[in-house]
Design a protein around this ligand. Sequence first.
Ligand code: PLP
Length: 389
Amino acid sequence: MIYADNSATTKVKPEVLEKMLPFLQGQYGNPSSLYAFAYDSKRAVENAREEVAKVIGAKAREIFFTSCGSESNNWVIKGVASKYRDKGNHIITSCIEHPAIIQTCKYLEKQGFRVTYLPVDEYGSVSPEDVRKAICEDTILISVMMANNEIGTIQPIREIGEIAKEKDILFHTDAVQAFGHIPINVDELNIDFLSLSGHKIGTPKGIGALYIRTGIKIDNLIHGGGQEKNRRAGTENVPYIVGLGEAARLANENMAKNIEKLTAMRTALVERVLKIPYTKLTGHPTNRLPGLCSIIIEGIEGEALLLNMYNEGICASSGSACSSGSLDPSHVLLSIGLPHHIAHGSLRLSLGEDNEPGDEIKIAEAVEKVAARLRAMSPVWENGKPMWE
Ligand code: PLP
């Protein structure tokens, strides 16, 4: 099997598991307890905080552990909304955010907030000028993702951060797909809040964090005990936090090497697949995540593509794993202007550190084979082209 679905989740790294194991076995002390045995857990959590902070140029005390990227996104959007309601009730985001942002914003709309969902261009890029134009007297938050999970486009975060700073508006970025994959510095980019998740960089699923810039207060999402400096209640998930720390350290250490390797493999994969007639790369041609490519293969249904790719030994996805099960094309593909019948044939291939050079050729060969087989059976494919051509 070749696993080419690393944007959905990644394999747990052996080094990560090794660091976690003591805390799943003998080291079960509660970090809040006062005796020496428990202090080992506390120290391990604080070390992990340091490692996560380093990846984004933050201070350890600005990192708050959560259960996942979705929780981090919920916390920041709801936490800003309730804290700053007196100041205003307008939020700016984009129409291609992950559901953990879009659905949270929809929920807030029901509570009386106003949300602007900015459009994107054909590459899925938000225009900083559109952000500027959308700002009103009552805008309290701008939330634009760093890199898109379906098409891989990296957003102009620096420019948006500058506008947010100039207008004195809080700025959040959902960096779940970017964290540990591309360089990020929260100070240089003027980011006030950043969401991240462990399972995209080699931890088990179910651990995340939110970066909150020093001095900024938001309301809590999870109320209860005094963990995480009274900001996120719940006894710390020590083994998973330790795992996130190790995964962050490794990601930081290997980032340059991985960017080079994955960019080369993804470029070769795209070049080869685009030789198939009536195919198209979605997302920005260059300003994109190193390992991710999303390709449209006209005349074929995404579902059939996936199942047939799996029969060829390749794990991939269509649109986003989060929307699988639905037969509608994803909101991202529709937002970049693809008509329904074309958006249906999307295939997302996301390479990761564990992929070996040469995998990209095997994947491309499988795509060629599957595309030919499915087009031969497709009711919308005639004489070597789609019916709409
Ligand atoms: N944001 C983005 C951009 C994502 O890709 C994902 C997961 O795919 C999430 C948020 C949610 O993260 P989690 O799975 O940790 O809840």
